[in-house]
Design a protein around this ligand. Structure first.
Ligand code: ZN
Length: 240
């Protein structure tokens, strides 16, 4: 199967990658839904990560939102590994059409990838809702409690989709169009059974939906080819 997939990738000129939390975890990122971490957070904050990162929490209890967000999310930001270098390599070779990221960790941008749709937003994009001035992560981390705009003193907003907020239709449409135009789709550690991923992959017309994942999931039946284990190692074997 690896031989077939190597051939498919070698012959593809419009590759679209979909990146999920699986590829982020390999880069040292945290999966807040991993059971051990999930329970320790729930114990400490008396709330689950989803509630702590919800729109309701952000609008009514900003102080606690930012306490959690800075301590548990921004303090543990991952760095891109070889997986992202491979995507960048394919972009430089003009065979990568784009990357659709379903996570908030902005690893693609850090790796220098330009053709990118971040459907869930990015922790690196923070802005003032009044004047739209942007702020970086060190600015947020240096703030004592709620980070504020240095000009209008408004509480900053991280540009990530919070639970309870509507999805960004424009971004999802863009992601769906990318999949429609793709000759090959490579999914890295994202759940093919999730409705958001399905909305996007549903527009794909080809027969080369390739999945790289740490372990099997029920939604994997939507993939034409699936490889399990280290995403980075398997991707290297398939591409390089
Ligand atoms: Zn402002």
């Amino acid at each position: 199967m690896l031989k077939t997939v190597r051939k498919i990738i070698r012959q593809s000129n419009h590759i679209v990658f979909l990146t999920g939390l699986g590829s982020v975890v390999e880069c040292g990122g945290r999966d807040l839904w991993d059971s051990d971490l999930f329970y320790s957070i729930e114990k400490e904050y008396k709330m689950c990560p989803e509630q702590l990162l919800s729109a309701g929490e952000f609008s009514s209890r900003k102080e606690r939102f930012y306490e959690f967000y800075k301590k548990e999310v921004l303090t543990y930001l991952p760095k891109p590994d070889e997986t992202y270098e491979i995507m960048k390599f394919l972009e430089d070779e003009e065979r990568l059409q784009s990357v659709v990221s379903f996570n908030i960790f902005g690893l693609e941008k850090l790796a220098g990838i330009h053709n990118l749709v971040e459907v869930a937003g990015s922790v690196y994009d923070n802005y003032c809702p009044k004047c739209l001035k942007t702020f970086d992560v060190p600015y947020l981390l240096a703030s004592r409690s709620i980070p504020e705009c240095d000009e209008c003193k408004k509480a900053l907003r991280p540009n990530i989709r919070l639970l309870g907020e509507r999805v960004d239709n424009d971004l999802y449409t863009k992601a769906a169009i990318e999949c429609y135009k793709a000759d090959t789709i490579i999914v890295l550690g994202a759940d093919l059974g999730s409705s958001k991923v399905q909305y996007v992959t549903g527009h794909y017309k080809g027969e080369n939906l390739i999945l790289f994942s740490k372990e099997e999931k029920y939604g994997d039946r939507f993939a034409d080819y699936a490889f399990y284990g280290s995403i980075k190692e398997n991707l290297k074997k398939a591409v390089l």
